[in-house]
Ligand binder design. Sequence first.
Ligand code: NAP
Length: 246
Amino acid sequence: MTGGLLSGRAAVVTGAAQGIGLAIARSLHAQGAKVALVDLDGDRAGQAAAELGGAVLPLACDVTDEESMDTVLRRTVEEFGSLDVHVNNAGITRDASLRKMTVQDFEAVMDVHLKGTWLGVRAASAIMREAGRGSIVNMSSLSGKSGNPGQTNYSAAKAGIVGLTKAAAKELAHKGVRVNAVQPGLIRTPMTEAMPSDVFAEREAGVPMKRAGEPDEVAGAVLFLASDLSSYMTGAVLEVGGGRLM
Ligand code: NAP
């Protein structure tokens, strides 16, 4: 594609095999980006990439693993010639009340969200600062703004991603690298489809727009932050929550 918002640029999206990550990969690709679809499950990343068509690179990667993350970004630059956009989207939940949550539940969520995002920001920014340009987008959550019962691990990690985003934005601004975050509310994906239906309905009823969001509606905000449309924005946190928690 020529003339898209991201024409000729190269992007990495983690957690891209399904849900919000897949919608982001589709949206960046539709605007002309070459996209590396990164996921824990390389086969499912391959299936997602095949759906998008050309100029894609499916890669298996555990975002909690330093070497794995570095390899993904190196492979992307080898294949596409640059790294212009990096989206830290991969995520998991291990919900439980404080009485029932184990240290393993806490650490697993911290590892994927906080350590994974930090590793992604560190590796991507090392490449982008050399090029003198780039946009990093981190996936936080309104859960990190409000705190959700049963999600002390997830809310802490998602709030931590906001601090990480702002600190990295300040370090990298003078190098031409922008770092922003998105805080989705309740979005219909395999992650939320795993919630008990009464809990989902109760959360949905609390949204001013009276519906859950769709993955494409988060992807729109990420596309904006990834592109030059947001060229004077860094350290920002965009809420995509249908009016929740305004
Ligand atoms: P999802 O449907 O569960 O998709 C998450 C993807 O991340 C999966 O493909 C998963 O792979 C992958 N992943 C998990 N651990 C990984 C790891 N260690 N390394 C690489 N990939 C890994 O989730 P989603 O709802 O699309 O959520 C995407 C992001 O948005 C997450 O950061 C989530 O916290 C955030 N978010 C979601 C909502 C919502 O309502 N859905 C709201 C706010 C924020 P496997 O399936 O193979 O494990």
